[in-house]
Ligand binder design. Structure first.
Ligand code: AMP
Length: 193
């Protein structure tokens, strides 16, 4: 009986694995590599073909939804701009509040900001002071993890409000940039590396 159950389990697991990789392959195939954008030497990962395919976008939201369901999360924090596109439908799916982190000068109400270094130059991002309560558990969402600078700064903003970052979720991770090393251990999830 045990051996039968084991094989049954293995079978189900293999089917599940095949489905999952099949799904991610579809998304991988849709991501468009645009060389030398926005500047020479950068290979830009263009997700607009994924957004044009409701099945593919749905798979991404479903996948994250299943990963984070029941994890006792209080809010989804999206990083401008493509973090909004993934973060807002995920928040809706999980029936959680959505909180935007925006580039400087966009948020209208009381806010805090942080300045951080990019590969070329600086950037400043902001969050509303009433966006999160102390002790709340959040997931930060963006489309892509590159050097990790933007997400590390976003974590600082969330923590300044007294909230806790439980996970950082990305559709794409550029592994060769080692952005993961700048982020808390074991808290980074990416669908495509
Ligand atoms: P980083 O702070 O270096 O991790 O950069 C992450 C931010 O820059 C994300 O919001 C990404 O959308 C964007 N980004 C960085 N590199 C790329 C790339 N090669 N293709 C598309 N977006 C990128």
């Amino acid at each position: 009986i045990l051996s039968y159950m084991f094989h049954k389990f293995q079978n189900t697991w293999n089917i599940y694995k095949k489905c999952f990789h099949g799904h991610m392959d579809r998304i991988k195939d849709l991501i468009r590599d645009v060389p030398d954008f926005p500047v020479k030497g950068i290979m830009f990962k263009d997700i607009t073909p994924v957004l044009k395919d409701p099945k593919a976008l749905g798979m991404i939201i479903d996948r994250f939804g299943r990963m984070y369901k029941g994890m006792d999360i209080d809010a989804i924090v999206g990083i401008e701009s493509r973090g909004f596109i993934i973060g807002a439908p995920l928040a809706l799916k999980l029936r959680l509040p959505f909180v935007p982190i925006r580039k400087v000068g966009k948020l209208p109400f009381d806010k805090i900001r942080i300045n951080f270094k990019l590969e070329y130059g600086d950037a400043t991002i902001e969050i509303h002071t009433d966006a999160l309560e102390p002790g709340q558990r959040v997931i930060i969402v963006d489309d892509l993890l590159a050097t990790g600078g933007t997400t590390a700064a976003s974590i600082e903003l969330v923590e300044k409000l007294g909230a806790e970052v439980v996970k950082c979720a990305f559709v794409i991770e550029l592994g060769f940039l080692h952005g993961r090393d700048k982020l808390p251990n074991g808290k980074v999830d990416s669908l495509i590396t």
